[in-house]
Design a protein. Structure first.
Length: 515
């Protein structure tokens, strides 16, 4: 979904910008679907009175709402990430992605905290009579507020006229462009995508099974014997609570890392301003600054930390150690949420930098500020006046103008190659490139699911033969045999192997960047 939205948004000539209209539409759809999920039974009951039919239709409507919500939120995510690439120069891409990661971890913490509260006891029937309904309302309200603030605050560039090769917006043209861009990616962007692919093969398994693993470890090694076999036990609920606690620790570590690590990583292509510290500490400070690794190196260390951490999973025999490993994983998680988008932003901006004006293939864009927006046509006279003005300013200022800085008349141009048959590889393709990165992020989910299926099929076959052992229904799926290997632990170990491959992919990316 994200690549398709990216292609369409890249070509959008809306007076409100290329990204914000899709963000607003996606946000409205997401909020509507959240309300539908919370009140599906009541809404269906308004139209269908038959009990059996109503139950069936309720399930169908709920499933459809989840699918539509998933598509819509992908559109919002694609455009939100593209805004960072569109609006920030190369030197600020790292900081922009770091702030996105910080706020994301804050959202995780707030979400986990709200989820631990008894909302029904606090609010009564206000905002709904169940915990789920209240969570849907709160989620929709936060989502509307955050996207609304973003759309109001961001100064987005407006595409006045796309290149001749991009004016066709048919479904076939969109799909063909998407396929072409996916196959013929620039070398460094392709390398970033492969790092993301191997990294997420490990992370998907962790994110999907880690909370269950913590709870299962407790019942296998630490719980009193009657806990897992007592007919009155809420085994599934206990596992959920233990897993949630580990994820809270995971999120706290991620937040601390997201706040502190960006200051310990060097930033590419810092602007011409140079900080001059007092001579007494200049030499020592210079040494410290030179010790800071770049982001790609830090990304590689994150894969290595995750690999080492998950390699210990099969040897964990206590819930405390399992919780510690999940908490440690919060450190590399903060980096893998930050690094790929930052590196993609840098590479996309590099593709657009260092080029001159070419009127035959120029996109004309304008910046917007305030509540009103206007499309400004670019005529030959305006081009000549602008070029004359820029020539007087000097070569350095010309380059900065070409790098998406405001001119006095608010007009911005990105150069395309003169060959119109070749779509431009410039900043306005942020949507499609970030969409392709999302493809490399989601494909590991299918591979990881297949790997987990193989492991569970071998280590935890059907437990029908254990159905008479006195276990309650909600705990029969647990594998409590201490002498047998834990299937989830083995899956996490396989994820560690994938992380090692990600380390090698990161090394190759680093080598490409030095060429």
């Amino acid at each position: 979904m994200q690549p398709v939205v990216g292609v369409i948004a890249d070509r959008s000539t809306s007076k409100y910008g290329r990204r914000r209209p899709f963000m607003v539409m996606g946000t409205i759809i997401v909020s509507f679907c959240l309300i539908m999920l919370g009140w599906t039974s009541e809404i269906v009951g308004l139209f269908i009175r038959n009990e059996d039919t109503r139950k069936s239709v309720t399930v169908i409507v709920a499933v459809l709402s989840i699918y539509v919500l998933d598509f819509a939120i992908n559109a919002v995510q694609a455009c939100s990430r593209s805004l960072i690439v569109d609006t920030l120069p190369i030197s600020s891409q790292q900081a922009g992605s770091a702030w996105a990661t910080r706020l994301s971890t804050v959202g995780h913490l707030v979400g986990y905290f709200i989820g631990t509260l008894d909302m029904v006891a606090i609010f009564g029937t206000f905002l709904g009579d169940t915990q789920f309904k209240k969570m849907c309302i709160i989620s929709a309200a936060f989502f509307l507020f955050s996207v609304g603030v973003t759309c109001w605050a961001v100064r987005e560039r407006i595409l006045v006229e796309p290149a001749a090769s991009e004016r066709e917006t048919s479904s076939f043209k969109v799909l063909s462009t998407l396929i072409h861009r996916t196959i013929y990616l620039p070398a460094r962007i392709q390398a970033i995508c492969w790092v993301q692919f191997w990294s997420w093969l490990g992370w998907f398994i962790f994110l999907f099974y880690s909370s269950t693993w913590v709870g299962e470890t407790y019942f296998r090694y630490d719980a009193p014997k009657q806990s897992a076999s007592s007919a009155s036990s809420d085994t599934l609920g206990d596992i959920g609570r233990l897993g949630s606690l580990s994820l809270v620790i995971f999120s706290i570590v991620s937040f601390i890392a997201a706040v502190t690590l960006p200051h310990a990583v060097s930033t590419p292509e810092v602007p011409s301003y140079t900080y001059r510290p007092p001579p007494s500490i200049a030499k020592q400070l210079h040494r410290v600054v030179n010790l800071r690794p770049d982001l790609v190196t830090t990304w590689g260390f994150a894969h290595a930390i995750f690999a080492v951490t998950m390699a210990f999973a099969p040897f964990v025999h206590s819930v405390h150690m399992a919780t510690v490993l999940v908490g440690i994983a919060g450190l590399p998680w903060a980096i893998v949420c930050w690094a790929p988008f930052s590196e993609m932003g840098v590479e996309i901006n590099k593709l657009a930098s260092g080029t001159g004006l070419d009127p035959r293939g120029t996109h004309a864009l304008v910046t917007t500020s305030g509540p009103t927006y206007q499309q400004v046509p670019v005529h030959e006279l305006e081009q000549e006046m602008l070029e004359t003005e820029l020539a007087e300013i000097g070569r350095r200022d010309i380059q900065s103008h070409h790098r998406a800085r405001n001119t006095s008349d608010g007009i911005l141009r990105l150069r395309h190659d003169s060959d119109a048959a070749d779509p431009p590889s410039t900043g306005e393709l942020a949507g499609i490139y970030l969409g392709v990165l999302n493809v490399y992020t989601t494909l590991p989910q299918f591979v990881g699911t297949f790997v987990a299926w193989i492991v569970f099929s071998i280590l935890e076959p059907s437990k029908q033969e254990d159905s008479g052992n006195g276990q309650p229904e909600d705990s029969k799926w647990l594998d409590l045999k201490k002498e047998a290997p834990n299937a989830i632990s083995v899956c996490l170990f396989v994820g560690a192997i994938f992380a090692v491959v990600a380390v090698e992919s990161t090394r190759r990316l680093k080598k490409l960047q030095h060429q």
